[in-house]
Design a protein around this ligand. Structure first.
Ligand code: FAD
Length: 309
């Protein structure tokens, strides 16, 4: 079932869950067991992130180097297949422009089509760890809006609109954008290209989301905007999350966590409680769904789902 139809038909807000494919070496059974606790909440679908290949340079005996692809994780397509066959729910693979040509992306769409997947989240992806700015792959897409257009045109003549497409939005603006207004105009390009809904980057202050949602509506973005949440689970994340995702953590939350930093369980509880409060407030506000960045954690997410949905 398409996410766009789920969004249209749901009378009540639902949780949307995102997982990261396991590192190579973890078995299929371990992965499926790790997400089993989520099944108690009857999720409508699970998003699976996509990770671009990284490279390493291996020295040769003659002093030259050989470039080698490093793929640390199982592919999102394989993880989607495992989830669908075990739990009989929809899986939503993320597709990124980074590191792929249009031909390779079309090959991936063929695989998804063949597997009976009709949803995806279209993203640009980030630069390589040793790059300062994103460089499009020769023969690839430069922006997610181009990817959305490409996916929208996939098998258009036979199937009309095969994929329901989600895109990313940034309540605190994408770190490369000069200002939030420009970033929202760029978000509108993705919606105009055919995106059905937006999932936001995580945020820790709901007022930031409400302001973003208002600006989106004013800019003419009329598709559902799904807020993204992540409960903080370690003291380190207070520094790591702003650094990795260019976001703010309210002082009330950061100081509570820092003063409990010596007690792992206390930190976990503070992060979970904060997220629960955010979640309840968003539900009162009338959001269509809430997206959880689970990042390999189940206990805190299940506790939040139990309390809020
Ligand atoms: P875009 O929409 O292309 O925007 C990137 C930047 O370019 C922005 O600053 C935007 O303002 C600007 N821009 C856009 N269009 C134009 C234009 N036409 N002209 C000039 N500037 C423009 N990353 C992964 O690698 N794998 C994942 O699985 C993954 N999942 C994610 C899930 C969610 C819900 C979110 C919010 C992000 C996810 N990301 C993932 C991270 C994402 O790839 C990065 O944030 C990336 O830097 C931007 O992706 P985007 O799709 O928002 O890019």
């Amino acid at each position: 079932m398409k996410i766009s139809d789920i969004l249209k038909e749901s009378h009540k807000a639902y949780p949307s869950l995102e997982i990261v494919p396991p590192l190579k070496g973890m078995s299929r059974e371990d992965l499926l067991e790790s997400i089993r606790p989520f099944m108690d909440f009857d999720p409508k679908y699970i998003n699976v992130t996509c990770h671009r290949d990284e490279y390493e340079y291996v020295p040769n005996a003659d002093g030259t180097y050989t470039k080698r692809v490093v793929q640390n994780r199982i592919s999102e397509v394989a993880v989607c297949a495992a989830i669908m066959s075990k739990y009989h729910i929809e899986a939503v693979p993320h597709i990124i422009c980074a590191g792929a040509t249009i031909e390779q992306i079309n090959q991936e769409l063929d695989n998804l089509y063949y597997m009976g997947i009709d949803n995806c989240l279209a993203l640009r992806g980030d630069c390589l760890t040793n790059e300062k700015r994103f460089t499009p792959t020769p023969g690839g897409y430069a922006y997610a809006s181009e990817l959305v257009e490409g996916i929208r045109n996939y098998r258009r003549e036979e199937t009309g609109r095969h994929f329901s497409i989600g895109v990313g939005g940034y309540p605190e603006k994408h770190f490369e954008a000069p200002n939030i207004e420009t970033d929202i105009l760029n978000l509108k390009k993705k919606v105009d290209a055919g995106a059905d809904y937006v999932i936001t980057q995580m945020f820790f202050d709901n007022e930031v989301f409400y302001d973003f949602e208002r600006r989106c509506r004013e800019a003419g973005i009329n598709v559902p905007v799904i807020p993204g949440l992540k409960p903080i689970s370690t003291a380190r994340q207070v520094h790591m999350l702003p650094e990795s995702f260019s976001l703010d953590i309210p002082v009330e939350l950061s100081s509570a966590i820092e003063s409990a930093a010596h007690d792992k369980e206390a930190v976990y509880e503070i992060g979970t409680k904060w997220c629960k409060e955010q979640c309840k407030d968003l539900l009162r506000h009338g959001v269509p769904a809430i997206h959880f960045y689970t990042m390999g954690k189940t206990r805190n997410i299940c506790e939040i789902l139990k309390d809020c949905f």
